[in-house]
Design a protein. Structure first.
Length: 84
């Protein structure tokens, strides 16, 4: 796999903006959803610990539903106009 060149300075912002403009809002929402889900463990059941346990383990369908809801929330957040 080829690595992307590292760009620093004023051109870096323009390059990042050009890449973002070429992507659809759904693609950006999907990347945002993946980032949130991976970094926070969104939708996954909590691990059991000693003592009382909270909720039972979620099924794969419940986990998928949680990810779909997160994707929809990301799409809504991207559709909002800044400053309004």
């Amino acid at each position: 796999m080829a690595e992307e060149p590292v760009v620093e300075g004023k051109g870096a912002e323009a390059l990042g903006t050009a890449r973002a403009e070429g992507r659809s809002k759904d693609e950006v929402a999907l990347e945002l959803m993946k980032f949130i889900a991976v970094t926070t463990g969104y939708g996954k059941a909590t691990s059991s610990s000693a003592g009382f346990s909270g909720k039972a383990t979620k099924s794969s369908e419940e986990y998928a539903d949680a990810l779909f809801q997160l994707f929809d929330r990301c799409r809504v957040a991207l559709a909002k106009v800044p400053g309004k």
